[in-house]
Design a protein around this ligand. Structure first.
Ligand code: ADP
Length: 533
């Protein structure tokens, strides 16, 4: 809780609070209908609670003095005013204690569940203290009939609850975060909201339409403020609505006007309390969700960066192990017996495997984060570039690659497209029965979605039940001894195509080769395609 520095004495704060309380009380009492001391809209209770929550319990004498002066100059004696002032101070002290103890003090409006607890403890429970002490004092002093006790109590209680629910959140939220950082659109939105409030007020006070008989026109602005602007703004809108409702009722117009003024204000107090709590809980829920989303985004970015940095740093020692192993193998081979040579070869093999894994992981993680700029490009040139890169593998495996023309243009990022094609071709060459020379046919066709590129091999094929799974990271169908690999290739294909705004898939049967396909757009999608995944 915020405490004023010790060098500042309390009394200036106490005097200020007493003054504020006195003015607000006098304004509130102007609305008193059922009894000169009881009103169904009582802003001082909100001021008192906010002051104790923001600046500490020690300001309570300000409430006591303010309430005493306001009451002794209204009705009753010194004794009844003392009783009422005691009730008002106790209400704020009990309310502040319960809010600090059970609903996070001044942070009570940050979470929807705390808003409900605040409502119950501060607006329902603690206000009963003031209502009971106040009216009992008046009745004991002979200033109120015992027969009216119930009716006056209700007015007093609702008045204090409305004050707590409308004024306290407003003061607390604004004093915790007074800065306004709105751009032009937010300002425009706020102005539109005020305009709506003006129109709603005109309709509700005009009395010319049945729509004006019920105050439901106020609800959209509160929901709007809760969803779009924030908690402080929602509390402010609630105050504006309460102000306009009271103002119109005093003029004798609007949906709250009832048989007596007290009934009218009782209705305003009850209505405003209910809708304010609902809107504040909604605003808290919305801001809670925003906070969680922001936190998730931060964590995801941190995690991605961490894994990228880790993979990056892991590469250099592995590359050293591989390089040093090669040196020992070539320069000291005659001094090593066959067993040692075998072990060394395995060390180098493992290091190479690890290096490949890290390289693939880096490529995959980069693909998720990269800011892609898709451009119109020819599939033909992308394909011949990849075939150039794979020339060594192709001749070593005695593969035959047939490329059928025409290969149309697509919308893609050159680097990502090369990665995708390279992984598909490498797999097509790799996954063949031992001794079989790979034959791969590549062609493309246009369809409604864009261009579909096919890579058809004469390899071992894939069982239907594995067709989806193999596109996930680290999913492999065979051990390293038969077909070495990292299990990241098809994940790169899938993620890359997705980021280019396309799709990928496979048609295959075991023993009958596989036909992998990717589909790429030719035109930019509406809303852009290469959005970050
Ligand atoms: P890797 O090739 O490193 O094992 P991939 O993600 O590229 O990893 O492929 C995942 C798995 O999908 C492979 O391990 C293999 O079981 C299967 N697969 C991929 N391409 C083919 C293909 N052309 N023919 C048969 N199986 C394939």
């Amino acid at each position: 809780m915020f405490e004023p520095p010790h060098s500042i004495r309390n009394w200036p704060f106490i005097i200020l609070l007493a003054l504020l309380y006195f003015i607000a009380a006098k304004l509130g009492l102007m609305l008193a209908g059922i009894h000169p001391s009881a009103t169904a809209v009582w802003p001082p209770s909100g001021i008192a609670l906010a002051a104790l929550l923001l600046f500490g319990y020690r300001l309570w004498p300000g409430i006591f003095v303010g309430a005493f002066l306001a009451n002794i100059t209204t009705a009753g004696t010194a004794a009844t005013s003392l009783g009422i002032a005691t009730g008002n101070s106790l209400e704020a002290l009990v309310g502040a204690y319960l809010v600090n103890r059970f609903c996070n003090g001044v942070q009570a409006f940050d979470r929807a569940q705390d808003v409900f607890k605040f409502t119950f403890l501060a607006a329902v429970v603690s206000t009963a203290v003031s209502a009971t002490l106040g009216i009992t004092s008046l009745a004991l002093g002979g200033y109120a009939g015992w027969s009216d006790y119930g009716a006056v109590w209700l007015t007093w209680w609702i008045g204090d609850a409305a004050g707590v629910l409308i004024i306290a959140p407003l003061l607390i939220l604004w004093s915790r975060n007074p800065r306004i950082r709105w751009d032009r659109w937010k300002i425009l939105e706020a102005l539109l909201l005020l305009f709506y409030l003006y129109v709603a007020d005109r309709i509700l006070s005009g009395g010319w339409s049945p729509i004006g008989r019920l105050p439901f026109l106020y609800l959209p602005i509160l929901v709007w403020a809760a969803f779009r602007l924030g908690q402080r703004e929602t509390a402010t809108v609630a105050l504006l609505i309460a102000g306009s409702a009271i103002w119109r009722t005093l003029q004798g117009v609007g949906p709250f006007v009832q048989g007596t003024e007290n009934e009218s204000f009782l209705l305003i107090g009850a209505y405003m309390s209910t809708v304010t709590v609902t809107a504040m809980a909604l605003a808290a829920g919305v801001s809670e969700r925003r906070r969680v989303e922001e936190q998730l985004r931060r964590h995801a970015a941190e995690l991605e960066f961490f894994s990228y940095a880790l993979a990056h740093d892991l590469r250099s020692p592995i590359v050293s192990i591989e390089g040093l192993g090669q040196i020992v193998m070539t320069d000291y081979a005659e001094r090593l017996d066959p067993a040692a040579q075998g072990h060394l070869r395995r060390i180098i093999g493992h290091a190479e495997q690890m290096d490949a894994l890290i390289k693939d992981l880096l490529a995959y993680s980069k693909l998720s984060r990269a800011d892609l700029r898709p451009q119109r490009m020819s599939l033909k040139s992308a394909l011949s570039q990849v075939l150039g890169q794979l020339a060594g593998q192709i001749s070593q495996s005695r593969s035959q690659i047939y490329v059928e023309e025409p290969l149309p243009e697509v919308l893609a990022d050159p680097v990502v497209l090369s990665q995708i094609i390279s992984n598909l071709l490498t797999n097509a060459i790799k996954f063949v029965e031992p001794g079989v020379s790979p034959k791969v046919r590549v062609w493309a066709e246009k369809n409604k979605q864009g261009v579909r590129l096919w890579v058809h091999d004469n390899g071992i094929g894939i069982a239907p039940e594995h067709k989806e799974r193999i596109f996930q990271i680290f999913e492999r169908l065979y051990g390293d001894d038969n077909y070495p690999g990292t299990g990241i290739g098809l994940a790169i294909v899938d993620k890359g195509v997705e980021r280019l705004g396309g799709r990928s898939g496979v048609e295959s049967e075991p023993g009958k080769g596989s036909r992998f396909w990717i589909e790429l757009p030719i035109e930019p999608a509406i809303g852009g395609l290469a959005r970050k995944a």
